[in-house]
Design a protein around this ligand. Structure first.
Ligand code: ZN
Ligand code: ZN
Ligand code: ZN
Length: 370
């Protein structure tokens, strides 16, 4: 499914308003989620350049290698297609286009390969080069309705997969990898065949927040940090639950679990329009610190989520940026006791005019897996 052309046209129009404010004449965007954001087409970085040029006015141009031109044929009309042949230098074609429309200040998205940018700087030495992030961050962090619907659906499918997983899959005596494979299969069954990541961190491995799922066999009494997400039409889900294998290990675990739960709820209730990002982190952190676990909450409380898994805005101390309706963020405090276990509980949450909306609804209580 593609959004109607209007969605992309209005994103481009909005980009131009922001370019105007920043005094930028041209946006040069490499193959990335930014490219997909403006065109609806997924692309992959490769030595053959695909790019998008958005001048401050006039028709935007898609630069594409001849062998991939058929993939973007439907963009003709809304975009000009600059098709380059196998023996040509695509950057020369980009430079030609830029010369044609004029303009001094060229903004470049963060995900384009440096090699292409340096070539362009050599071809057009008398221009100024800027990060497009100033424009793209503002655009991408505030989702339009089309994006919100896809993000919500991504979360819904992921929740459904988790429900199936917890009711069907046994974990004791099996490896983290085997369990992760089961979960990935169930995600696919629920319409999420494209897995973004799947962390299964059992027992002591759980104290490493980004543990690489491995061959450790899960034992009775292990807490298991399971952090996973998939991609639905370009939009990510990201959820974490910490079930236990067979039984709760000890009272310390239950105590810490309830603290994380309380912190997650405190951050959730803090999320709302006009709230500085760092305040959300503080809300969770103060709960955890008050209970004496402050040193064991070793990461920020959340990040933006959209066409990438981690993006602006970051809910972190020092970020005074204000939350706005349309932003979607993760709320994921944790406590990690080295050598023992970890606990993290994560939902995706949208900022709304009225406050906030949770996108994940599966139980946050301690869940016992067999
Ligand atoms: Zn993470
Ligand atoms: Zn996560
Ligand atoms: Zn996350």
């Amino acid at each position: 499914m593609n959004a109607s052309g209007n969605v992309y046209q209005s994103r481009i129009a909005r980009a131009r308003e922001l370019m105007q404010d920043e005094g930028l004449d041209m946006l040069f965007i490499g193959p990335s989620s930014d490219f997909r954001y403006f065109t609806g087409h997924p692309t992959r970085p490769s030595e053959r350049l695909t790019a998008l040029l958005i001048p401050i006015d006039g028709t935007p141009t898609v630069v594409v290698p001849r062998l991939e031109a058929p993939l973007v044929q439907d963009l003709e009309g809304e975009f000009e297609l600059e098709v380059w042949g196998e023996t040509e230098n695509p950057i020369s074609r980009v430079a030609e286009r830029v010369r044609k429309v004029g303009g001094e200040a060229i903004a470049i998205n963060d995900q384009i390969w440096a090699g292409f940018v340096i070539q362009l700087q050599h071809e057009l030495p008398n221009r100024s080069y800027h990060r497009g992030a100033s424009v793209l961050k503002q655009l991408r962090s505030v989702k339009d309705q089309f994006e919100l619907d896809l993000l919500k659906e991504a979360s819904r499918r992921t929740d459904a997969a988790w429900e199936t997983f917890t009711s069907k899959v046994s974990v004791i005596g099996r490896t983290e990898e085997e369990v992760a494979d089961d979960l990935k299969g169930i995600m696919a069954d629920h319409g999420m065949p494209e897995i973004a990541f799947c962390i299964v961190a059992s027992g002591p491995n759980g104290s490493s927040p980004h543990h690489h799922t491995g061959d450790r066999r899960i034992q009775g009494g292990d807490p298991i940090v399971m952090d996973f997400g998939g991609i639905h039409e370009g939009y990510y889900s990201d959820v974490t639950r910490t079930p236990v294998a067979g039984r709760v290990p000890d009272d310390d675990f239950t105590t810490a679990y309830n603290i994380v739960l309380e912190a997650q709820q405190a951050a959730f209730e803090k999320i709302g329009p006009g709230v500085p990002c760092q305040e959300v982190d503080r809300a969770a952190r103060s709960v955890i610190s008050q209970h004496g676990y402050g040193d064991y909450f070793i990461h920020r409380v959340g990040h933006g989520i959209g066409m990438t898994g981690h993006e602006d805005p970051y809910l972190v101390e020092g970020n005074e940026e204000l939350l706005q309706p349309g932003m979607v963020v993760s709320d994921e405090p944790g406590i990690y006791i080295p050598g023992k276990w970890g606990i993290r509980i994560e939902d995706s949450v949208a900022v709304t005019e009225a406050g906030r909306e949770r996108y994940n609804h599966v139980s946050r209580d301690i869940t016992i897996l067999e």
